[in-house]
Design a protein around this ligand. Structure first.
Ligand SMILES: [Zn+2]
Length: 490
């Protein structure tokens, strides 16, 4: 948020301190229960006066100032939240979840009147303040009590509309993240600008939200899941309202929030969302379970750190850091030459990962990988593990470049490097040629006269697709080949 600071009478230091306090109190009241003695104009006037003072006295900026600036102009997490942004308590398995649900029902003294189950998005929590339906300020979660003003980043956040469909005052809360597609695009853009690629989507989103003056634009996505100012709605109804206002919600995905009547249904829905994890267009690190009704939520209340009516059922991490030991070049059935990372074994979600895909040579170059690097490895569900990026600041100097092959590693012929994915010039015949040459060798079938040239000839004529075809070749087929005499055929 920027403020016009011309033509404003400068406050005295004491009046400045009073103005800061008044603005903080007004903001908290405004977003808390919607009551404030200050109108919009007065509030904005107060902020302008505060900003003018801070511009004239940059060394005297108070940490709690609503402008979000401290001495020297550096931005800190110092804009107070209207209502604290709490985190969630975690449970790690079905038993712990059942125990937590029992505890909540004991506290309420009656069964919970329905649950809401939704994916826990792996991004950054933000608060987006709307006045009259217009987006005026976006804050990070910070320490939960005060966050950093990141309004400058809002226009690159899809799903966070500059204007709601209704002219209301409301604070939307939700998660900003890089979807998988946005993450790939972000790293393409960063490498084109010779910037280090993001190690994984979460850190990429965090860096992007706080960055200023980048010479390029990276798009993010917002998912709303809460609001201050839309009271007395059950959680499922609240999400429907958020979507109707124009905000993006997880309802647009396969893992859409769902109301469940029993804890057994909750557990089943968690299993469904966990099973969808690998196919979702963004990362999740768990599943959030909430008492659905406003009445249950109010009655359960909040602890100092987390609400008592919601919990995060954590899922195992999908990203782990390990060392890139070597790169192997494997030639596929169609002649595609694919690099594969050999990793120091690492356990991700219960599975030991030793190999991961590196996609193609230009991808290796784009990511700036080196042998010996500490790398982020991603694995989810049945997806082939992949290396995402090196941790460049962890380098010791002992890393070495990845050497690209200059001939086909299987048959020794040339490589077609005109596409992103490299390919043996023999394509589908690469394997057949290589296997025929191998099979005809002295240590195998020892077939005289079947060397490289003949092998290529047989394969390219379509007579041999694999080694077994060698034994069903007829004399007539062989005689049909160029430079094939009676003796050779025999
Ligand atoms: Zn080849």
């Amino acid at each position: 948020m920027t403020f016009m600071t011309e033509n404003i009478a400068l406050l005295s230091p004491a009046a400045y301190a009073e103005a800061v306090t008044a603005a903080v109190v007004a903001s908290a009241a405004y977003y808390g229960d919607g009551t404030t003695a200050l109108g919009d104009d007065e509030y904005d006037g107060l902020l302008r006066a505060i900003a003018a003072y801070e511009e004239a006295h940059p060394d005297e900026v108070l940490a709690q100032s609503p402008t979000g600036k401290v001495a020297g102009g550096a931005v800190q997490g110092d804009v107070p939240h209207s209502v604290p942004m709490l985190s969630l308590d975690n449970v790690f398995d079905a038993d712990e979840l059942a125990e937590w649900a029992d505890g909540l029902e004991r506290r309420l003294g009656h069964p919970v009147a329905g649950w809401c189950v939704e994916p826990k998005l792996d991004g950054l929590a933000v608060a987006a303040r709307y006045r009259g339906g217009r987006l005026v300020q976006v804050l990070t979660r910070g320490d939960g009590l005060a966050g950093e003003d990141i309004t400058h980043a809002a226009d690159a956040v899809l799903g966070l509309p500059p204007n709601l469909t209704k002219p209301i005052d409301v604070e939307l809360r939700g998660e900003v993240l890089l979807t998988t597609a946005q993450f790939e695009e972000a790293n393409r853009i960063r490498l084109a600008h010779e910037a280090t690629p993001f190690a994984h989507p979460r850190s990429g989103a965090a860096g992007t939200l706080r960055a200023k003056d980048r010479p390029y634009r990276i798009e993010l996505t917002f998912f709303a899941y809460s609001a201050i100012g839309l009271n007395d709605l059950g959680h499922v109804a609240l999400l429907e309202n958020l979507a109707a206002l124009g905000a993006n919600t997880a309802a647009s995905t396969d893992a859409a929030p769902m109301r469940c009547e029993t804890v057994e249904q909750v557990q089943k829905r968690i299993d469904v969302i966990a099973g969808l994890r690998a196919d979702l267009p963004f990362g999740i690190d768990g599943v959030v379970v909430k008492a659905d009704t406003a009445e249950d939520q109010r009655q359960a209340g909040n602890g100092s750190r987390a609400p008592r009516w919601a919990v995060a059922r954590k899922l195992a991490a999908e990203h782990k850091v390990t060392r890139l030991r070597a790169v192997q070049w494997n030639v596929g059935r169609t002649g595609i030459i694919a690099p594969r990372a050999v990793l120091e074994p690492v356990v991700i979600d219960g599975v030991t990962v030793t190999y991961a895909t590196l996609h193609n040579p230009s991808d290796i170059s784009r990511r700036g990988l080196m042998i010996g690097d500490q790398v982020f490895v991603y694995r989810a569900g049945d997806v082939i593990p992949r290396v995402e990026a090196p941790l460049v600041d962890q380098r010791t100097g002992a890393e070495s470049p990845i050497v690209f092959p200059d001939v086909c590693p299987r048959c020794g012929d040339a490589i077609d490097t005109s596409e992103q994915r490299w390919r043996c010039v023999r394509g589908r015949n690469c394997q057949a040629v290589a296997s025929v040459i191998y099979a005809a060798g002295r240590d195998q079938f020892d077939i005289e006269g079947l060397g490289g040239t003949r092998a290529i000839q047989l394969v390219e004529a379509g007579l041999v697709k694999d080694v077994a075809d060698l034994f069903t070749l007829t004399r007539e087929q062989l005689l049909g080949l160029e430079r094939m005499g009676e003796t050779s055929a025999a």
